[in-house]
Unconditional design. Structure first.
Length: 61
């Protein structure tokens, strides 16, 4: 049998991440997402609510 010029690649050892190492980045991402997605002006959100519902249903703002 002839030898092949292609060798089989050896498995690359990757450092394994522990769940604890992912906790802080996950918390940071969630806080930043909440800051970006949360309404800055509740009045604008109240106007949208009043368009689709009655004024009494939107008094939480």
């Amino acid at each position: 049998m002839t030898a092949s010029c292609f060798s089989t690649p050896l498995p690359v050892a990757r450092p394994r991440l522990r769940p604890r190492q992912l906790l802080l980045p996950a918390v940071v991402v969630m806080v930043l997402a909440a800051a970006v997605l949360a309404p800055e002006q509740p009045d604008a959100q109240a106007e949208i609510c009043e368009r689709h519902n009655g004024v009494a249903a939107c008094r939480v703002w």
